[in-house]
Design a protein around this ligand. Sequence first.
Ligand code: SAM
Length: 213
Amino acid sequence: MLQFDILTIFPAIFDSYFKESIIKRALEKKLIKINIHNFRDFAKDKHKTVDDRPYGGGPGMILKVEPIYRCLANIKRKKKSKIVLLTPKGKTFNQKIASTLSKLNQLILICGRYEGFDERVRKLVDQEISIGDYVLTGGELPAMVIVDAVARLVPGIIEAESLAEETFYKKGYIEYPQYTRPEVFKNLRVPKVLLSGDHKKIREWRKRYERKK
Ligand code: SAM
């Protein structure tokens, strides 16, 4: 079973997404497990401080290293486990990275906030991942994106046949066009070949649409 451990100071953000659809079913079937850890709980002062002003000056607040360090130390590590820091400075996430991560037993994701992390947090992790070249307010959306993309690839969650024809399942592959009822919608017709019942022809037609992205 693949276990996700997510470090955040806003645990409630995850409530709705993980309680619906495919992730919900995967959790119920115990194909994956998701633990949310509030690293504020690991701050030692009475105000539970997780951030402070940057040395050298500048705007905003920086996440301190100690609460994150203590929170990580409190997580029981499994064999084949990785710690990933979510940061716009990291390597851009893609299907290949998702596939590699889906083979782990444990994926620990650290969500930043404010102006980001004290640089020394980088020493605590195995990998740094960005979900794209833009800056979000926090790492929670990136964590959800990664959990979703990775969980889909865990055996038993999505039918293998369906994964094998999905966009990006191999390098550059884009899935063929799909249609469902009705046959005609505002003069737009479903291609005849798809209604023919001739599976060889349908395969050939679909193959023509494979393209590189
Ligand atoms: N000051 C940082 C910088 O310029 O690189 C940005 C900090 S951002 C406002 C706060 C947190 O959101 C980051 O520490 C990171 O965890 C998360 N984050 C924002 N954009 C992200 C992205 N594209 N991919 C992954 N995480 C992101």
